[in-house]
Design a protein around this ligand. Structure first.
Ligand code: PRP
Ligand code: ZN
Ligand code: MG
Length: 225
């Protein structure tokens, strides 16, 4: 569906995965002229264009064939997949590889002053999150009746701002929870960055280029072990 004959790769612009994505492309030998504020960076040595977008947009861009490849956290991938399945729009991708960065967990958290709580505490509570699909599935599985409050950012301030009783957000180092006086509870999902491909990609040149890059990717991953 992509109207360009250059391989289009979507990566996160400004965020937890950005630096690692840029480093990975460099290690794969993709030379880029990444100037700030540019949405698209053209590779100078391969027929590759890199699109820098919000992480939340990456799965959809790949599912719809706007981009051929994407690097995204499994957390975002799972969330978008669930949302699109509910809407009945294409939600499948080919997972090419798990990557060795972007590890985090999606976990519940609540104000520290409340002390330790078990699952029953969540009954009737409001939980702020950027991952309403994953959270709703979890609550259903656990038989907890709680409502979700969708926030696309600053989830960690929701309890203090009186917008919610608890949160369900990504935790990496734990610094954000700590800085906001929140106590971490159950992990709902563990996540890593992964490389995804549009599942209908058929362009022979693009597939050949991907086939050339994959052994390099395996080499980079092995070198890290
Ligand atoms: C996540 C999360 C917290 C932060 C937690 O945001 O929303 O803000 O990382 O990390 P920490 O435990 O190391 O403090 P992220 O940058 O992944 O995604 P976003 O920009 O899409 O919210
Ligand atoms: Zn995001
Ligand atoms: Mg954040």
């Amino acid at each position: 569906m992509s109207n360009s004959n250059r391989l289009r790769i979507a990566i996160q612009k400004g965020g937890r995965l950005s630096k690692d994505c840029q480093d990975l492309l460099k290690q794969l030998g993709v030379k880029l002229n990444l100037r700030e504020q540019r949405l698209i960076a053209h590779s100078t040595n391969m027929p590759i264009d890199v699109l820098r977008v919000r992480d939340d947009d990456i799965p959809g861009l790949v599912m719809d064939g706007v981009c051929d490849l994407g690097i995204v956290g499994e957390n975002v991938l799972v969330e978008v997949q669930a949302e699109r399945q509910r809407q009945g729009v294409p939600s499948e991708v080919t997972k090419l590889s798990k990557l060795d960065f972007g590890y985090c967990r999606l976990a519940l958290a609540w104000p520290q002053e409340l002390g330790k709580q078990d699952k029953s505490w969540f009954e009737g509570k409001r939980i702020a999150t950027t991952y309403p699909e994953i959270l709703t599935q979890y609550l259903k599985r656990e038989g907890i009746n709680a409502s979700t409050v969708m926030l696309t950012g600053s989830v960690e301030v929701a309890p203090r701002a009186g917008l919610a009783d608890a949160i369900c957000d990504l935790v990496s180092t734990g610094a954000t929870l700590e800085a906001n006086g929140l106590m971490q509870g159950d992990t709902i999902l563990e996540s890593n960055a992964c490389l995804i491909q549009n599942k209908d990609l058929q362009d022979a040149d693009k597939l050949a280029l991907i086939n050339k890059l994959m052994p390099r990717l395996r080499g980079v991953r092995q070198a890290k072990e």
